[in-house]
Design a protein around this ligand. Structure first.
Ligand code: ACO
Length: 401
């Protein structure tokens, strides 16, 4: 086909790039990522330094507003979030209607979408003030929904948190507090969760973030866009991989710990099995988040006094993959999801909640990217296609078919 007929068919030239492997969808100043060198920076700060020195709320502020907050800015931000953390009592009726067997990602996505009905102001964001109010509102309410989605599964009554606690401390309390039992903060768990949330907080134009931006580009509200992002994150090729990794490691353990057998399955093109937690669209040397999480897994399990044979199986798989031609040739290395589930498990978080924890971490990134898209006045996202279907056909009435 020559270029002029292409122009005629599409109104311009259409580039076909399935999976958007080489297509930039926007300009962004939020997150820098160099997949060849394994560099990840939020607003110019290295992920290594932020994971070591910052806390999650500071990182959320940095991602959303572009600068690290001063002490008073951080205090006001946290206070505004706390003021906006009340979830309407009627949302509980929706939660009650879900079966206990419901996957918490489905529950979280539905409840986040339902929040739009209870917070109509969040739907039309016209001013900077509307935008700020939507941001602190979702940062306040989202952890409540996360905790409720976990308590729904365990059958525990809902917990409303404690406004005197830090953001991450409060999340843990809302998740784990058992009625009539003393609850004390465990610093090891708080630090571990803080670090994991920071490492997941943004990752430029991945599947769920692109979803949030494209939904928001139609001027749908922030909560509705985030609900769509949660659904995109759920899939096992994206955030759902953290649950899939642990299930895979469990299966290998139950099968006698034969890692070679599973390496073989992963390389067999007739077998749909993939080594979950390996490979990345952008990182082609190593995922810097995986390096930090691997060290953290050793530390957290050591601090908690947990000995988990699953960690040994994971390390064994990684070692084998590093010297295996199939994996080396395709540049397949452990990604962020490979070791995170081992830490979540040691913290007492159920496997089905792992992707929910990812969503909790990714929330500031989704917000930052959505805000940037609106402030940049980006046009509605609307990709084209190369049509491969039938050409024009005459309609045949049903009785003549
Ligand atoms: N196990 C075995 N083979 C793999 C794996 C894997 N985990 N990942 C990729 N490959 C192979 C593919 O079969 C393909 O082989 P081929 O060239 O012989 O056809 C080659 O490596 C390239 O893979 P693609 O699927 O084309 O790479 P893509 O960039 O589209 O996908 C993805 C990246 C989805 C992450 C993929 O590596 C994967 O499925 N990994 C497992 C799931 C996972 O861990 N997802 C989490 C990613 S991180 C995140 O989203 C938070």
């Amino acid at each position: 086909m020559d270029i002029s007929s292409l122009r005629g068919a599409t109104g311009g030239v259409t580039t076909l790039d399935a999976g958007f492997k080489n297509t930039g969808s926007c300009k962004s100043s939020v997150t820098f990522l160099d997949g060849e060198k394994g560099i990840l920076r939020y607003r110019g700060y290295s992920i290594e330094e932020l994971a070591e020195k910052a806390d999650f709320l500071e990182v959320a502020f940095l991602l959303i507003f572009g600068e690290l907050p001063t002490a008073s800015e951080l205090e006001k931000f946290h206070s505004d979030i706390k003021k906006n953390s009340i979830v309407d009592e009627d949302v509980k009726k929706i939660l009650d209607a879900f079966p206990k067997s419901a996957h918490p990602m489905g529950v979280l996505s539905s409840l986040t979408s339902a929040l739009t009905a209870f917070n109509p102001d969040s739907v039309n964001v016209e001013s900077e003030e509307d935008l700020y109010n939507s941001i602190v509102s979702i940062l306040g309410k989202f952890p409540v929904l996360v905790a409720w989605s976990m308590r729904k599964k365990s059958g525990l009554p809902l917990d409303y948190g404690d406004k005197n606690l830090g953001y991450v401390e409060n999340i843990l309390k809302m998740m784990f507090k058992v009625p009539n039992e003393e609850y004390t903060q465990n610093k090891i768990l708080v630090d571990a969760l803080d670090k994991l949330l920071i490492l997941h907080a943004d990752h430029e134009q991945n599947c769920s973030t692109s979803t949030v931006r494209i939904v928001g580009s139609s001027h749908a509200g922030l909560f509705a866009s985030i609900s769509a992002g949660i659904s995109a994150l759920w899939g096992p090729l994206h955030g759902g991989a953290n649950q899939a990794v642990l299930e895979m490691l469990e299966a290998i353990k139950a099968d006698g710990g034969d890692t070679k057998k599973y390496m073989g399955k992963a390389k067999d093109k007739e077998d749909p099995f993939r080594l979950m937690g390996f490979g990345h669209r952008v990182y082609k040397n190593f995922d810097p988040r995986a390096k930090i999480i691997k060290v953290a897994a050793d530390e957290v399990l050591g601090d908690l006094g947990v000995q988990d044979p699953i960690l040994d199986i994971a390390k064994g798989l990684e070692q084998e993959a590093l010297s295996d031609d199939y994996f080396v040739k395709r540049k397949l290395y452990p990604n962020v999801d490979f070791y995170s589930g081992i830490i979540y498990r040691a913290m007492g978080i159920p496997t089905e909640m792992f992707t929910v924890m990812f969503a909790l971490g990714r929330l500031p990134g989704w917000i930052a990217q959505w805000r940037e898209m609106r402030l940049n006045k980006e046009p509605i996202g609307r990709p084209r296609q190369l049509y491969t279907g039938e050409t024009e056909r005459a309609f045949t009435a049903v009785e003549n078919r």
